[in-house]
Design a protein around this ligand. Structure first.
Ligand code: 3SL
Length: 241
């Protein structure tokens, strides 16, 4: 297995594709997706465009759908949900499809949706993703951070590092064999430094600070936990996990 880390969707090569591509948006889209699926959601369908989301979800039975929309960290008017994983209780999401559009996370998933295997990862479901990779042994894996509007984000890179670190430890592979690019070593170094204080790292991250200004401390605390959900968000058809 060769792992490549890309800090943003824009940095992924356009002329090649991996066997397995993983979108990461720890704050908060992929944390929300993992939470919905772990709580019994039927599926998560992602959109970058809000109008298209409305058009497609309108055709779904109203009692079996939820619409989640986030722009600039806030909830989109008229949607049942924003992008807080804490709102996605089993009572609310069980048996329902979540139609979701967020600023960066859904864009990252759409960028990689043509890969043969597409996953969504966050810290909360890191172990399930690692377990899948160890069993499946894809030849090439891209871990793609969502970033923020094209820029690097600490929280996505630390999650990429958490995934790569776990695989490295469990396979005993020399890092130079496992790492397809320098970003892998740097992500592992970031995770190694912060693994015992991920919430502290989120407080330093620009998007963490943005969410704190929006009074989302509880979301930061929840998303900073590692390996708490045994769920593997895996793409069933383009855009649907
Ligand atoms: O950018 C995104 O996709 C969101 O996860 C951002 S937020 O955490 O909902 O503000």
């Amino acid at each position: 297995m060769k792992i490549f880390v890309y800090h943003t969707p824009e940095l992924t090569p356009t002329d090649e594709a991996p066997e397995c591509a993983i979108a990461v948006d720890v704050l908060r889209a992929t944390s929300t997706m993992a939470t919905v699926l772990a709580a019994g959601g039927e599926a998560v369908q992602v959109f970058s465009d809000l109008d298209l989301l409305m058009e497609v979800s309108d055709k779904w039975p109203a009692e079996k759908r939820l619409r989640a929309g986030e722009r600039g960290g806030g909830k989109v008017a008229g949607f049942e949900l924003g992008n807080s994983p804490l709102d996605c209780t089993a009572e609310l999401v069980q048996g329902k499809r979540l139609f979701i559009s967020t600023t960066n996370g859904t864009r990252a998933l759409q960028r990689i949706q043509d890969a043969p295997i597409v996953l969504a990862a966050a810290l909360i479901n890191r172990a399930a993703v690692v377990q899948f990779l160890l069993e499946k042994q894809p030849e090439t894996v891209w871990i793609v951070g969502s970033g923020w509007e094209g820029s690097f984000s600490l929280e996505d890179t630390v999650c990429a590092g958490a995934i790569a670190h776990s695989i490295w430890q469990q396979t005993n592979s020399p890092l130079e064999e496992l790492a397809g690019n320098d970003e892998v070593s740097s992500a592992i170094a970031l995770y190694s430094q912060w693994q015992n204080d991920l919430l502290g790292l989120f407080h330093q991250a620009s998007h963490g600070q943005r969410l704190l200004r929006l009074k989302c401390l509880e979301d930061l605390k929840y998303c900073s936990q590692t390996d708490i959900l045994d769920v593997l968000p895996i793409q069933q058809e383009p855009g649907v996990l």
